[in-house]
Design a protein around this ligand. Sequence first.
Ligand code: CA
Length: 229
Amino acid sequence: MIAVAEPERTIVIVEDDANIADLLDMYLRDAGFRVLQAASGERGLELVEQHRPALVVLDIGLPDIDGFEVCRRLRARSSLPVLFLTARDGEIDRVLGLELGADDYVTKPFSPREVVARVKAILRRGQPDARDQHDTVHVGDDYVVDVTRREATRGGESVPLATREFDLLAHFARNQGIALTRQQLLDAVWGVDWYGDDRTVDVHVRQLRKKLGDDLPLATVWGVGYRLG
Ligand code: CA
């Protein structure tokens, strides 16, 4: 059996200065992360909701809601690690204030290498999110996969799925935008010890499409496997 490659971990950068965001984006990608950028606080919250990143790099001065408010809203529903980008001493004091629970900060101007090192350090010490009560993933406009409750909904309506179908959907949802081979899916959902046929995956994908409807953004990647979103 082939070893499963660990899915790339996603970092969301919330920073309205495109030069800084692009620079960090480049260094984080080089370090093997999948990177998504948001130029406003609201957009950052959306991306977090949709993509379930491993960490958020968060600037404080943003055009809509500031980084403190973004952090507060994130903290209201999860303990997702946050690395603040700060520009002024006054900001550092607030970041360090216990109320926000920031995981770390770097002060501008910073070296992108330092940011990457901090990100890695935070992720190393970060255990799976035990405080997170809402392990849900949004897919497209209509679908929500609630991993904690093991429930999939379409437009608010619950869609009953068999265990493997749900596990397959949850795995897709956590790896949105990434093409997954049949073998990777077998290893992740059926387990590395499962000696089955690749066609098992196709059968379950067909079932998922049938149950969840045509709007599910699940694409066949010819010659490879499947990709959600
Ligand atoms: Ca800014």
